[in-house]
Design a protein around this ligand. Structure first.
Ligand SMILES: [Zn+2]
Length: 322
């Protein structure tokens, strides 16, 4: 039994919907579509098409492995430096060694990066396809076939090459942080005797910092999932979607506003119009850095009126007390 069915079974309304969907899918896909629209209004159903946290964490763990590997190189080569060196010249020689190594390593790591990205895509593609399967239980076989036959290779290929580049940038990014740290400790006039310890401390900190790995993992798993939903929905004839926020207080005010516009005011965001979800940045739900929102595609009945959000409504607005 699927996760959504379990969730739906908990309420009388959900159980009614499940029974209706089972009946409708045989004789009336259109009534099933109506039930589906109902279903999307239910809070539990909003979870469909959200990115799995487990996939995000698994990807972050892999990226952090790369961070630790680069940090190991930094620490082991640093330990061989002469800590009593006073003019800092050997320190800068070492910084150059780290930079050169990081540039080379960035190229060597490409097959590993590719494997990590492909594994992440597989998990997301499966989860996304499972969510669509759940929808086609309600909407009938036609949708199921549209979804199964959506061409994805070009969109996945584009994501893959972007994401491999982000991973390849990790070693040079860490080398840059080493450069910054050494610059700071050689120009701030810290006593030489204390400088070594302070620098070691800072270098250790660089190797323990999960922020970069988490940011890439969160943004890219969410973006992959969201782009798949977008491509599959459009291929199946969906005119737009409703923005879905994670309601945990960390969501950006503008993203909460877009959720409200869709779910309280009933507007539909057309696929062709990307909301200005951060100042000067236009993207659909889940496709911008650190965004955990997702799209709930809309499939109106033939002849059913839907109200699209306008460019004006989708423009960025400042929120006081944000
Ligand atoms: Zn968001």
């Amino acid at each position: 039994m699927t996760r959504t069915n379990v969730a739906l079974r908990r309420t009388p309304e959900g159980r009614r919907l499940l029974r209706a969907a089972r009946r409708y899918k045989e004789d009336s896909p259109q009534r099933a579509a109506l039930a589906l629209d109902d279903w999307f209004d239910k809070a539990k159903a909003r979870e469909t098409f959200a990115t799995s946290l487990a996939t995000e964490k698994r990807f972050a763990t892999q990226l952090f492995k790369l961070v630790k590997h680069v940090a190991d190189f930094i620490m082991t080569t640093f330990d061989t430096q002469d800590s009593q060196q006073t003019d800092g010249s050997s320190l800068w020689e070492w910084v150059n060694t780290v930079s050169e190594w990081a540039e080379r390593y960035s190229e060597i790591v490409e097959p590993w990066a590719q494997a990590a990205v492909v594994a992440m895509h597989k998990r997301i593609e499966k989860a996304n396809a499972d969510d669509w399967k759940r929808m086609s239980v309600l909407m009938g076989r036609a949708l199921h076939e549209e979804i199964a036959n959506t061409p994805l290779s070009s969109v996945l290929g584009q994501l893959r090459s972007d994401q491999i580049n982000l991973i390849k940038d990790i070693p040079p990014y860490l080398a840059q942080r080493v450069w910054n740290a050494v610059y700071k400790y050689t120009t701030e006039g810290i006593e030489t005797s204390k400088r070594y310890d302070a620098l070691v401390n800072e270098l250790r900190h660089i190797g323990l910092d999960r922020a970069k790995a988490v940011l890439i993992a969160r943004t890219e798993t969410s973006r992959t999932s969201s782009v798949l939903t977008e491509v599959r929905a459009q291929n199946a004839g969906s005119p737009g979607y409703r923005w879905q926020c994670v309601h945990d207080g960390r969501a950006r005010p503008m993203h909460r506003y877009l959720d409200d516009l869709c779910n309280r005011q009933g507007k539909v965001i057309p696929w062709g119009l990307r909301p200005e979800c951060d100042k000067g940045h236009y993207s659909h739900a889940g496709q911008i850095w650190n965004c955990r929102c997702h799209e709930a595609p809309v499939f109106p009945l033939p002849g059913e009126e839907i109200v699209f959000a306008t460019a004006d409504e989708l423009a960025y607005r400042e929120f006081l007390n944000a």
